[in-house]
Write a protein that binds this ligand. Structure first.
Ligand code: SER
Length: 794
C-alpha cells in the first residue's frame, strides 16, 4: 500500500464515521505565539478545544503537515540516527470537539487498525499491538477507564501497559489543551508469537523494533500559566479527542520495511541524493546517515518555504536556517557535494515527489529553488568565516585540553556553524571530545547565551494575552451587518466593559468597550483596520468608536468614549438577542432595554474598501508580473494607504513597478462588478481562490472575485465595482527581511492628492526657475552644467 493510499484510506474511513475532512493547516502556525511550527493535527483546532471557537462540525479528520524541530516537541538532533525520527512528517488524525470521547476513540482506532483491508481498513495483526495508558500521578489520576475500554474492544489485558507523564500525558506546548493519552505501539520484528521478542519492555524502550504508531489524546484540561513558570490544569468546557497516527510509520508496517527512510514517502529522496553524490545508499555508513539527514531536511525545507517560512536569524526562521545549513554541511562534508550547490536540487526533487498531493509545493517550485540556492551561497561564506574564527580559537590551545564550550557555542549561535561540524573539527584537530561533556558543556553555554539574549530582549518574547473578561461572551455571536450597510439601528447591548471588568453603566467621559448583538463596524482582521464611527443610544447617549476588533472568533468589540449622556446595560439571557422577534420580547420584558444605532464613518470605510480591493488587485498583478512564487506575507489596509508584504527575492525594477501599476489601473478602468460568494473553504480553494499565510480558515468562507483577474478568500469589506477605486499608485518598495518585500500604495482621493502635490511641486520648481514644465529637464540640465563649469573654474 503506498503512502498516498494509506493517507486516503484513513481520511475515507473517518469520513464514513461522520467526520468532516479538513485541510492541513500551514506549517506556520496561525496567530499562535506558543508554537514555532505546526507540530500536531490538533493545532488548528486549539481554540475549538478550548471552547473559544465554534465550528459547524463536531468531528473532523485531517492529514497534517508537522515540523518538530524546536519548542516542546523537537526531534532535530535524532534525525538520521534512528529509524524513526524526522523533523517533517505527516500526521493523520481524527478529532472530536465535545462529541465522542474515550470509548469511541478507542473503538475507531481498534477497528481501523485491525479491521479487514477489504473493508477499507488496515488489517494489522492484533498480536503485534501494544496499548499504553496513563498510570496516574499527584495531579491526574490513572486512566483505568481507557484500560478497561481497550479490553472491551478485545485487546489482551497483558498487552495494556501503564506509563507516566512523559509517555502518557500529551500537551502541545507549555500552555494549551492537554490530557492523558493512550498510545498504540506496533512490534515490527520477525517473531510476533515469541514472548522473548514481542515483549512489553520494548514499548517505550530500547531499539526500533517496537514503535509507537498512534496516539489517542483524551483532551480534558487546559494548562495555564498562573505565575511565571508555574502552571495549573483547568478542566476544558467539554472533554474532547485528538489523535495522531504517523503516516510514515504506518507506511513502514504496510510496506514491510523497518525504517521510515525506506518507505515510498522518503526513500526516493534518499536515492536521489545518493545519485547526486554518485554513490549507493548504504544505511550503515556515515554517508548513509548524511543522505537520510539531507532527505528529511529537504522535505522540511521545501514545505516550510512553500508555507511562507524563510531562513532567517530569529525564531522559526532561524530554526529553518539551521535545518538547511545542517543539510548543506552534511552534503559538503560527508558526500563531498561541494560543486555549485546541490541542496536546491534535492528540495526540487521533493516538489517532484509530493507536488501532486500538496499543490502548494508545485505553486512555489521556483521560489523554493531560489531561496535554497541563496542560502547555499550565503552559507558558503558563513562557513568560511566561522571556520576562520574556530581556527583562531583553537590554535593557541594545547592538544587534549578542554574545548572552550562557551566560545564554541557562540560560533554555533552567531555563525550558524552546525554543532556536528564543530565536533568533527575538534576531533580532527586532536581535542578529546567526550560526548556527554561536550553536549552538557555546549548546552549549558548555549543556555547562558539564550538567557542573556532573553534578558536583553534581543530575541522576541510572547505576545499580549487576550483579556479574560472576553471569555464571558464566548456564547454570544455578534452579527456583522457591515457587508450590506454602514448604519444599523436597534442593536442590542450584549455587554459593557471598563478595564478588565464588565459594568452595567458607562458615564459621560468614560472610556470603555461595548459589545452589540449586531454591528456594521468591521473588526480589525486580515490586515483591514477596525472601523471608527459613532454609537447613539435610544436615550440619547452619544459615543465615539475609536477602534473595533475581534479578540475571540465571533466576538466584535468596539472601543469607545462616551461623549454625552450615560449608557445603561441590563444583563439579558445569553441565548437571546439574535432575532428581531427576540429583541421585541426583551424590550417588553426588561425595564431598561438600551438600543443603539451604530453608524460607521462612511468616508473612512469607503477609503478602506478602495484600498482593500486594490490589495487583491495588486496581489494578482504581482503574481502576474513577478511569478507564482509571490505570496502575501502580511498586509495593512487602512483608509489612507495600503501596505502589502510579499515573498520575492530582489527589488522590483522600475519596469516591473510600472507594469504592476498599469495592470491594477487597467482593472480599475474595466469597472467590473466585484463578486462575493459564500462557500465551504474546501470548494473555494478547489475553485482556485488564494488563501493567505498565517490565517485560519474553516467552514463557510467569503470568496471575493474580480472576474478574470483575482479570486481570494477574504472576510473584508470591498468596493462594488473596481471603478470605485478611482486610481492606484505605488509609493514605495523596500525589503523588510530576506526574501520579503514591502510596497505601499494609495488609491482614490489619496492618490489624487498625491498627483496634485506632485503637480504643485513641479509648478513651484518651474516657476522659481522661470520656465515651463516642459522645459524643466532641459533647464535643470543646463544649470547643472553651468554649476560644474563654475566649480571647475573656481
Ligand atoms: N496531539 C497528539 C500528538 O501529537 C495526537 O495527535 O501526538
Amino acid at each position: 500500500m503506498t503512502g498516498n493510499e494509506i493517507r486516503e484510506k484513513f481520511l475515507e474511513y473517518f469520513e464514513r464515521q461522520g467526520h468532516t475532512r479538513v485541510r492541513s493547516s500551514l506549517l506556520l502556525p496561525a496567530n499562535d505565539p506558543t508554537l514555532l511550527f505546526a507540530n500536531a493535527g490538533m493545532n488548528q483546532f486549539k481554540d475549538t478545544f478550548l471552547g473559544l471557537e465554534k465550528r459547524d462540525y463536531v468531528r473532523a479528520c485531517s492529514s497534517q503537515k508537522c515540523l518538530r524541530a524546536g519548542g516542546k516537541h523537537n526531534d532535530l538532533d535524532e534525525v538520521g540516527k534512528t529509524a524513526r525520527h524526522q523533523t517533517f512528517f505527516e500526521m493523520l488524525g481524527n478529532f472530536s470537539f465535545g462529541d465522542y470521547f474515550k470509548r469511541e476513540a478507542i473503538q475507531y482506532a481498534w477497528d481501523f487498525l485491525t479491521g479487514s483491508q477489504d473493508e477499507g481498513k488496515l488489517g494489522l495483526d492484533p498480536s503485534r499491538l501494544w496499548f499504553t495508558v496513563f498510570g496516574g500521578d499527584d495531579e491526574v489520576p490513572a486512566d483505568d477507564e481507557a484500560a478497561a475500554l481497550w479490553e472491551e474492544v478485545s485487546a489482551k489485558p497483558e498487552r495494556i501497559l501503564r506509563f507516566g507523564r512523559d509517555d502518557n500525558f500529551w500537551q502541545m506546548a507549555e500552555t494549551g489543551p492537554c490530557g492523558p493519552n493512550s498510545e498504540i505501539n506496533y512490534y515490527l520484528g520477525e517473531h510476533p508469537e515469541d514472548p522473548n521478542f514481542n515483549r512489553a519492555d520494548l514499548v517505550n524502550g530500547p531499539g526500533d523494533t517496537t514503535m509507537e504508531i498512534w496516539n489517542l489524546v483524551f483532551m480534558q484540561y487546559n494548562r495555564v500559566e498562573v505565575e511565571p513558570g508555574k502552571y495549573k490544569l483547568e478542566p476544558l468546557p467539554k472533554p474532547s479527542v485528538d489523535t495522531g497516527l504517523g503516516l510514515e510509520r504506518t507506511a513502514v508496517i504496510l510496506q514491510g520495511k523497518f525504517s521510515n527512510y525506506d518507505t515510498d514517502l522518503i526513500r526516493p529522496i534518499v536515492d536521489f541524493t545518493a545519485r547526486l553524490a554518485g554513490r549507493n545508499y548504504d544505511p550503515e555508513t556515515p554517508e548513509g546517515f548524511a543522505m537520510r539527514v539531507i532527505a528529511d531536511h529537504a522535505r522540511a525545507t521545501a514545505f516550510s518555504i512553500a508555507d511562507g517560512i524563510l531562513p532567517g536569524n530569529e525564531g522559526r526562521n532561524y530554526v529553518l536556517r539551521k535545518i538547511m545549513r545542517r543539510a548543506i554541511y552534511h552534503g559538503q562534508h560527508a558526500l563531498q557535494l561541494v560543486g555549485p550547490y546541490f541542496f536546491f536540487k534535492v528540495t526540487d526533487f521533493v516538489v517532484d515527489l509530493m507536488g501532486s498531493t500538496y499543490p502548494e509545493l508545485e505553486a512555489s517550485r521556483e521560489f523554493i529553488k531560489r531561496i535554497v540556492r541563496i542560502e547555499e551561497q550565503r552559507f558558503g561564506a558563513t562557513l568560511t568565516r566561522g571556520l576562520q574564527v574556530l581556527d583562531a580559537l583553537l590554535s593557541p590551545l594545547p592538544k587534549g585540553s578542554m574545548p572552550p564550550y562557551r566560545e564554541l557555542a557562540r560560533l554555533y549561535d552567531t555563525f550558524g556553524l552546525p554543532r556536528d561540524l564543530i565536533r568533527v573539527i575538534l576531533q580532527e584537530r586532536g581535542y578529546k571530545v567526550d560526548e556527554t561533556e561536550f553536549n552538557l558543556g555546549f548546552n549549558d553555554a548555549l543556555l547562558q547565551i539564550q538567557i542573556h539574549q532573553a534578558a536583553t530582549g534581543s530575541k522576541p518574547q510572547g505576545f499580549a494575552k487576550v483579556k479574560p473578561v472576553y471569555q464571558r461572551f464566548v456564547d454570544r455571536k455578534c452579527e456583522f451587518t457591515g457587508y450590506d450597510e454602514t448604519r444599523t439601528e436597534g442593536a442590542l447591548i450584549f455587554g459593557l466593559i471598563k478595564g478588565d471588568q464588565t459594568v452595567c453603566k458607562l458615564n459621560q467621559g468614560d472610556e470603555g468597550e461595548i459589545i452589540l448583538n449586531r454591528t456594521p463596524f468591521y473588526p480589525e482582521a486580515g490586515g483591514q483596520v477596525g472601523d471608527t464611527g459613532v454609537l447613539v443610544s435610544a436615550n440619547g447617549a452619544h459615543l465615539t468608536v475609536h477602534d473595533t476588533f475581534s479578540p475571540l472568533s465571533g466576538l466584535i468589540v468596539h472601543r469607545v468614549t462616551v461623549d454625552r449622556g450615560q449608557l445603561v446595560h441590563q444583563e439579558i439571557p445569553p441565548q437571546w438577542g439574535q432575532s428581531l422577534a427576540e429583541v421585541k420580547v426583551i424590550a417588553e420584558t426588561y425595564p431598561f432595554p438600551e438600543f443603539v444605532t451604530a453608524q460607521v464613518d462612511v468616508e473612512k470605510r469607503d477609503a478602506t474598501r478602495r484600498n482593500h480591493t486594490a490589495t487583491h488587485l495588486v496581489h494578482a498583478a504581482l503574481r502576474e508580473v513577478l511569478g507564482g512564487h509571490v505570496k502575501q506575507a502580511g498586509s495593512v489596509v487602512a483608509p489612507s494607504y495600503l501596505r502589502f508584504d510579499f515573498t520575492h527575492y530582489q527589488p522590483m525594477t522600475d519596469d516591473e513597478i510600472k507594469e504592476v501599476e498599469r495592470l491594477v489601473n487597467e482593472q480599475i478602468l474595466r469597472n467590473v462588478k466585484v463578486e462575493t460568494d459564500i462557500m465551504p473553504v474546501e470548494d473555494a480553494i478547489r475553485a482556485g481562490a488564494m488563501a493567505l499565510f498565517g490565517e485560519k480558515y474553516s467552514g463557510m468562507m467569503r470568496v471575493l472575485t474580480v472576474p478574470g483577474f483575482s479570486k481570494e478568500l477574504c472576510g473584508g469589506t470591498h468596493v462594488r465595482a473596481t471603478g470605485d477605486i478611482g486610481v492606484f499608485k505605488i509609493t514605495s518598495d523596500e525589503s523588510i527581511a530576506s526574501g520579503v518585500r514591502r510596497i505601499r500604495a494609495v488609491t482614490g482621493f489619496d492618490a489624487y492628492e498625491r498627483f496634485r502635490e506632485d503637480e504643485l511641486l513641479i509648478d513651484q520648481v518651474a516657476s522659481s526657475l522661470r520656465t515651463s514644465r516642459a522645459e524643466l529637464p532641459a533647464v535643470v540640465g543646463k544649470l547643472q552644467d553651468e554649476l560644474k563649469k563654475a566649480r571647475r573654474e573656481a
